[in-house]
Design a protein. Structure first.
Length: 226
């Protein structure tokens, strides 16, 4: 079995685990906006990028990188060594996506240290079933796209999978914030964090190295009292 064949098997497994709905979406998570470009890579038409396997395995930590590279061991780590993510409850596939009532500010406030990983409840919304979880978002920096008190459905992605122009929840040692990520033209090692409400808020420049985790905002539920 060739390395490209093993990569295809890993992609099929990721789809089965609901990491993505199809091969094209896996490609987007890996940073390929063009379906054809991703297809050429996995079919061996063009050389694999040096960090391709690392990025692929980052989509799910249970994938055995050694198996993909050398075909040693199993594709997925044995059940007793499976790596779990406390942010994603196992019951989410049947109960819906877990909702955590944590303080996800849309400003640059400090990150609280006493948050819990126990979901408050589950949201059963078919369009969001491939998301990791849902959390509330407070603040005015992203209005009208994300109103104060809205619920955002999010999915964790690797830094290399970030698509500039989309909204993300960015987590660092100092804060968590929801902003649009845009490239910093004069420095590829930095990103611009851009609010929607530019009349009241300024954009911010951040070193990519300071980002601990990043989540794509895949949906917004607006709380509106009639």
């Amino acid at each position: 079995m060739t390395i490209n064949e093993r990569i295809k098997l890993a992609i099929k497994w990721l789809i089965g685990q609901r990491v993505a709905d199809n091969q094209e979406e896996v490609g987007k998570l890996l940073g390929y906006s063009n379906k054809s470009s991703f297809s050429q890579v996995i079919n061996g038409k063009v050389p694999l990028p040096n960090d391709f396997i690392e990025r692929l395995c980052s989509l799910n930590k249970n994938i055995n990188k050694v198996w993909i590279i050398e075909e040693k061991g199993e594709m997925i780590y044995p059940q007793k060594t499976l790596i779990t993510n406390t942010d994603v409850d196992k019951a989410s596939s049947t109960k819906g996506i877990p909702y955590y009532d944590v303080d996800v500010t849309m400003g640059y406030d400090e990150l609280p240290n006493d948050q819990t990983n126990i979901p408050n409840y589950y949201l059963h919304i078919p369009a969001f079933q491939n998301c990791d979880c849902a959390v509330p978002a407070y603040g005015r920096s992203m209005i009208p796209d994300i109103n104060d008190g809205s619920i955002i459905a999010i999915k964790e992605v690797g830094l290399d999978s970030v698509l500039p122009g989309e909204a993300y929840l960015i987590i660092t040692d100092d804060y968590r914030t929801v902003k649009y990520i845009r490239n910093c033209k004069d420095n590829p090692n930095k990103w611009r964090l851009v609010p929607k409400n530019l009349e009241e808020f300024d954009e911010m420049i951040i070193d990519k190295a300071k980002i601990l985790r990043v989540f794509l905002v895949k949906g917004v539920i607006t709380n509106k009292i009639l």
